[in-house]
Each structure stands twice: as C-alpha cells, then as structure tokens.
Design a protein around this ligand. Structure first.
Ligand code: NDP
Length: 307
C-alpha cells in the first residue's frame, strides 16, 4: 500500500520551501515535489534588492540558502512534476512519470511560466537567440546587441543585468509608459547602454541559423522596422502553472488559483501559495508569507483529520 503523507507541497520556489520549513518544524510528515530546479523564479533573477536584511543578494544565492535550510530539515523531495490531483478525503497526486502519492493535504506552490511572444520565428529560435533567462544566457551576448521586450520589473531589471555583457540593450514597450517600479525604471533609464523604443510590439524574429533582427510594429501607424540584434529576451508577464488543477474549479479565468486569506481553496485540504494564487503583489516576501500561512492552515487541518 502507498505511504500516506501528512502534506504534499508542489513546487520548491520561495513559497514551497517556506511551507516545507514551517510544516517540517511543526512535525508534519511531508513530501516536496519539484519539476525542474529548486528556487523557482529566484534562480533566474540576477539581483534582489527588496529582501529585507540582505540588499543586493543574487537570486541564485538566496535560492541556495533557502534550499540548504530545507535540506537541513531533511525534507523528502521528489524531482518530478505533478500532473494531476484527485481530491477525495485522501488526496492522490499523479506525477509525470506515472507514479502516485497519497497525502492528507496539498499546498500548490508551482508559480508561473514566462509568456511567449507568439510571433513567427520565436519557437524556432528559442535557445538560439531567443531566451527567457538573462541570468542563464546573458554571457553569450558579450559585445553584442540585444532586445528586451516588456516594461515590467522583470524586463527592466534583466535589461540592466544584460548591460554587463551586451554593448547595446534596447527595451521595446507597447505603451509609452513602463509598468515597473519607479526605482527600476530610473535605474534602467540611467544606464547609457540602454535605449527604449515605445509604442511598438514584437512582430517577427528574423533569422537564418542565428537571430539577426527583431521585427517590430508601431502601434500608432502599423509601420514595421527591423531592430538589428543578436539576442531577444521577452519579459512580457507569465501564466500560472495550474494544469494539475484542471477541472477542480479552483482557478480564475486567467488560471490563477483562488484562495482565501488562510490560503485555503474551496476544496478542504487543498491550499495555494506564492505567484500561482490570485493576489495583488507577486514578490518573494509575499510568496514566503503565503507559504508560512498555508503550512500553518494545513497543520490545523491535519490535526483535525487525525482526530
Ligand atoms: P508584468 O506583468 O509586470 O509586466 C509585463 C510587461 O510586458 C508589461 O510592460 C506589459 O505591457 C508587457 N507585455 C505583456 N504582454 C505583451 C505583449 N504581448 N507584447 C508586448 N508587451 C507585452 O510582468 P513581470 O514579469 O515584469 O512581473 C511579474 C510580477 O513579478 C510583477 O508583479 C512584478 O512586480 C513582480 N516582479 C518583481 C520584482 C522585484 O520586485 N524585484 C522583479 C521581477 C518581477 P503593459 O504594461 O502595456 O501591459
């Protein structure tokens, strides 16, 4: 018979790792699932300046510290993605490799995946000039020209990061204002290697074996121009990773998980935490907040379950 865990946590970004730390310290028998690398979006972030107490910490370093903390607590971890959750009183998780796991409660902390531009040439050139991770691929663009698409915090921060390598970084935004924080905007605009093209949208990735240009279209008059670049970094928002919740009726029209202030979904014993839930502010501090609350709520649920 399958082992019955107290709590399964799906996703090991800041929300999932915090939930694991709190749950383990509360004495729960837990299992943590991770479909790729621990750390979530942290490991793709160059520098973090709003984690209280540690200004200018690198995303990879913060992820490693959190990961070491969970491993010190001997959290059982499975490196596989969960593709389905059956939500009877005892919940059954099915992994992508076809295994099943039984648990009394589940915290979903799977975060989001980067949106694609959905333009011709993009798919063919992913990994060959189109990249969704400046931290991973920036060094390939030494003394080259790159385009960053989007005007949110991710685009602004990664554009600044890319100036360490590239000679020229062009940020392309579709409105005439940025979406990111004032501080991030000021930092990007003060960088002499960064220029900005407003009111244009990506139209086509122009390429042979390599990317040669980003074709962009004016939102004012529809005119087309080619921006000669070697690399393209889209940072145009993200989509929640909630495929395993399909048909459970716990997500909104955008796919984000709906939870209350105790991180409870409408299904008893099923909780959400971090970027995957409906919330006004997606930050590391709000993700760890969610993880702690979800673990605490799950703890009380499991105590009643066992009573
Ligand atoms: P955002 O949703 O904040 O920004 C997305 C950007 O992409 C916007 O400028 C948007 O334009 C643009 N965009 C969306 N779709 C398209 C499209 N099809 N074509 C062209 N442009 C498009 O995403 P981020 O990933 O930047 O941030 C996500 C969350 O994470 C935010 O809450 C952000 O604050 C947070 N974050 C915080 C950080 C920090 O505090 N250090 C670092 C990174 C992220 P428009 O504005 O016109 O809609």
């Amino acid at each position: 018979m399958d082992k019955l865990y107290d709590l399964a946590i799906i996703g090991s970004g800041p929300a999932g790792m915090t939930a694991a730390i709190y749950a383990k310290r509360a004495g729960l028998d837990i299992i943590l699932f991770e479909g790729s690398a621990p750390g979530g979006k942290l490991v793709k972030t160059f520098e973090i300046d709003n984690w209280p107490g540690q200004p200018n910490i690198s995303g990879v370093d913060l992820a490693m510290k959190m990961y070491e903390h969970t491993t010190q607590l001997e959290v059982t971890t499975e490196y596989t993605a969960i593709v389905k959750i059956d939500v009877d009183k005892i919940k059954t998780l099915t992994s992508e490799d076809g295994r099943t796991f039984k648990t009394k409660a589940v915290i979903l902390a799977t975060g989001t995946v980067e949106n694609k531009m959905e333009i011709p040439g993009e798919e063919a050139m992913i990994g060959k000039g189109v990249s969704f991770c400046a931290v991973c691929d920036g060094a390939f663009y030494k003394q080259k020209k790159v385009a960053v698409i989007g005007g949110g915090n991710s685009a602004l921060e990664e554009a600044v990061y890319l100036t360490q390598f590239a000679d020229e970084v062009t940020i392309v935004i579709r409105r005439d204002v940025f979406r990111g924080d004032v501080q991030a905007i000021e930092r990007a605009l003060a960088n002499p290697k960064i220029k900005v093209i407003k009111k244009h949208i990506p139209y086509e990735v122009v390429h042979g074996n390599k990317v040669t240009a980003l074709r962009i279209k004016s939102v004012n008059d529809g005119s087309i121009q080619d921006l000669e670049v070697d690399g393209i970094f889209p940072y145009i928002g993200a989509t929640p990773s909630t495929g395993c919740l399909k048909d459970l009726g716990v997500t909104d029209s955008m796919g984000y998980m709906i939870v209350n202030d105790k991180m409870e979904s409408k299904i008893p014993g099923l909780y959400g935490a971090g970027d995957v839930v409906v919330k006004p502010l997606r930050q590391i501090v709000t993700a760890v907040n969610d993880g702690a609350i979800a673990a605490q709520t799950a703890f009380h649920y499991i105590k009643e379950f066992d009573a």
